[in-house]
Design a protein around this ligand. Structure first.
Ligand code: SF4
Length: 314
């Protein structure tokens, strides 16, 4: 894989005028169809412009936990650490609107997105006005467990909610995780009533990946509350040992609803294989300042501002 790149942050421009251009959903759906078709072509012929169909927006870096594996604590990925509280609502909406020109699916993440003060309004805007085909959010779930009534509207506006839960966190935050796991049956009920799909994200450090059955045993008690489980290896760009990545694929094939989507890793490290199987442009990431993170969060630099420009200009 590639060598980690230096973190370069594009200087943010002064606020542009309020985004009051009319948004036509009919026009956007036509653009969506064109982008999806064009992406099919561009993935085969590299000279064709590849639209970024999947947008991941880190609305903040602030969090109510400090997990030992967390990327936010790594300055080469998040230079400001946990200090970013996120953009004011009008600027965050502008980021989403610029993302929407190419993205059909939106993933909201953090930090911890449920402590971003405008999260409910932003998700509502994404779902009801910008009409992303799919709006999802990943959270450590503590805010949900502590005041469930506050979040019922949010669940109405989400297609999918992912709870992040794993052995590292169970060990490092036993009291908080007890609160969360006790709340899972009620959360599953709440999500079902609101037609929001509930999934689990398990972040696996290398020592756990060396013994995948330990991960399986940790997932098992909670499996019934979730439609899908994703085991995500803690990655260091280009350094995660191949046997561990292969173990994560085996687990994901066991638990995922799309087992065929996980490709076999090569027998030995093979840079061309990664280039052929991963196009960083298809899934675009946005940082808490509205900057486009490129090529991906593990060796990231900011390639332009999505608050003031399109993905194509970045
Ligand atoms: S909950 Fe997520 S963002 Fe917060 S410290 Fe843990 S890994 Fe990092």
């Amino acid at each position: 894989m590639t060598t980690p790149l230096p973190v370069l942050r594009a200087p943010l421009q002064p606020s542009a005028a309020a985004d009051d251009r009319p948004f036509s959903i009919a026009l956007q759906y036509a653009r969506d169809v064109k982008n999806v078709l064009q992406a099919q072509v561009a993935l085969r012929w590299k000279r064709v412009y590849l639209p970024s169909l999947f947008g991941h927006y880190s609305v903040n870096s602030a969090c109510n936990l400090r997990c030992s594996y967390c990327y936010v604590g790594q300055p080469e990925i998040f230079p400001e650490g946990f200090a970013q509280r996120g953009l004011p609502l009008d600027r965050a909406r502008r980021v989403l609107r610029n993302l929407r020109h190419e993205c059909v699916a939106l993933r909201i993440q953090g930090g911890e997105p449920l402590i971003y003060r405008h999260i409910a309004e932003l998700v509502r805007h994404a779902r009801r006005e910008l009409r992303f085909w799919n709006v999802s959010l990943i959270t450590n779930g503590l805010a949900l467990a502590r005041s469930p009534d506050r979040w019922r509207g949010l669940l109405d506006d989400l297609h999918l909610l992912t709870i992040s839960l794993d052995r590292t966190r169970l060990r490092e935050y036993p009291a908080q995780m007890e609160e969360l796991t006790a709340f899972l049956p009620a959360l599953a009920r709440m999500a079902r009533e609101r037609r929001c799909t509930l999934t689990l994200n398990y972040t696996a450090p290398w020592d756990e990946l060396a013994e995948p059955e330990g991960i399986a045993a940790a997932i098992q008690p909670h499996l019934r509350w979730f439609s899908n489980v994703y085991v995500m290896p803690v990655r260091q760009a280009g350094k995660t040992p191949l046997p561990l990545l292969k173990n994560s694929v085996r687990l994901n094939r066991r638990y995922s609803w799309t087992p065929a989507s996980f490709p076999d890793y090569p027998e030995v490290e093979h840079v061309q294989w990664y280039r052929d199987h991963c196009d960083p442009k298809l899934k675009i990431k946005v940082d808490p300042d509205g900057g486009v993170v490129y090529p991906c969060e593990n060796h990231s630099y900011s390639a332009g501002s999505l608050e003031h420009g399109s993905i194509r200009e970045s």
